[in-house]
Write a protein that binds this ligand. Structure first.
Ligand code: ZN
Ligand code: ZN
Ligand code: ZN
Ligand code: ZN
Length: 289
């Protein structure tokens, strides 16, 4: 992988020289206080053994082969290239290089301006509000930021029995014809967010989940959800079931795998025939502390 790195050290502008071209470029960074350089091969900053980005402690053998602490441990301090001991001598020059490398967020092309010391940008990606989310509509391959996804989803609004409008704090009635579809999309107009209610048919009943299609960025907020359903089988004396989830999961892509936790189970005896299911759902935005 090729990339551009920016040194954060103070230098005179005449020292800032571009070395090569790159596909991961910061661009326009040459001012009086910053010098930038391009690195042809960002992989040179990864452990050559496990390929994970190198961080603080880097070790070398007498021949100058380098390894991360995890690999030194796994290899019992024997260099895989030359069999000499490795894990005692630090490679301080490389440690200094790693510290000086600042990379942009992988979503910089989409507008994120955050920068990170090398290796930390991938941790940020999970919570970056510019991270790509996948359209929850069936047979649609669109991906985009959560805001773009909401606008894009309008093209699916006419698909009947599948998408609902709602507002935070208000109940919406959601109807499933389980023989035809197992997920519905709920569109919150004011915040411009998509939520998906999914049903998974299992031997004892149906598992219901509610998720928000968004990265886990703080600016999006947190949501709780309340679900209730009334039994179709009127012979059951207490025929209403309710479920409250204090935190709605935020996901960037729908999964069709049966969840292991955070689901609402509607037992089979509640709706004989197991073909249709009516749920009342209220999603609320939690107050930020
Ligand atoms: Zn390693
Ligand atoms: Zn070696
Ligand atoms: Zn970002
Ligand atoms: Zn779509």
């Amino acid at each position: 992988m090729a990339g551009l790195v920016t040194s954060t050290r103070q230098q005179s502008p005449s020292n800032g020289n571009q070395i090569s071209s790159s596909s991961r470029s910061l661009g326009g960074e040459n001012d009086d206080t910053n010098c930038s350089a391009k690195l042809l091969d960002l992989e040179a900053l990864n452990c050559p053994i496990c390929c994970v980005p190198l961080t603080s402690n880097i070790f070398q053998c007498d021949n100058g082969h380098i390894a991360c602490p995890t690999c030194c441990n796994k290899l019992r301090n024997k260099c895989p290239s030359c069999a000499l001991p490795i894990g005692l001598i630090r490679c301080r020059a490389m440690e200094r290089v790693i510290k000086a490398v600042i990379v942009p967020c992988p979503n910089s092309m989409s507008g994120c301006i955050k920068k990170f010391s090398y290796g930390n940008e991938l941790t940020h990606e999970k919570e970056c509000s510019f991270s790509r989310c996948y359209c929850p509509a069936r047979n649609c391959n669109y991906t985009g930021s959560y805001k773009d996804l909401y606008s894009h989803f309008k093209t699916h609004n006419s698909e009947r029995g599948y998408s609902y409008k709602f507002l935070f704090g208000e109940f919406a009635e959601v109807y499933f014809v389980l023989t035809e579809y197992t997920s519905v999309v709920m569109r919150e107009n004011e915040a411009g967010l998509l939520f998906v209610v999914q049903c998974f048919s299992e031997p004892y009943g149906v598992y219901v989940t509610v998720s928000c299609i968004a990265p886990s960025a703080d600016e999006i907020g947190e949501f709780s959800c309340f679900i209730s359903t009334t039994a179709v089988n009127y012979s059951i004396p207490h025929n209403i079931m309710t479920f409250k989830s204090p935190k709605v999961m935020k996901i960037r892509k729908l999964s069709s795998e049966t969840p292991e936790k955070d689901f609402f189970l509607v037992p089979s005896f509640f709706f004989p025939g197991r073909q249709a299911l009516k749920l009342r759902i209220c999603i609320s935005k939690l107050e930020q502390e």
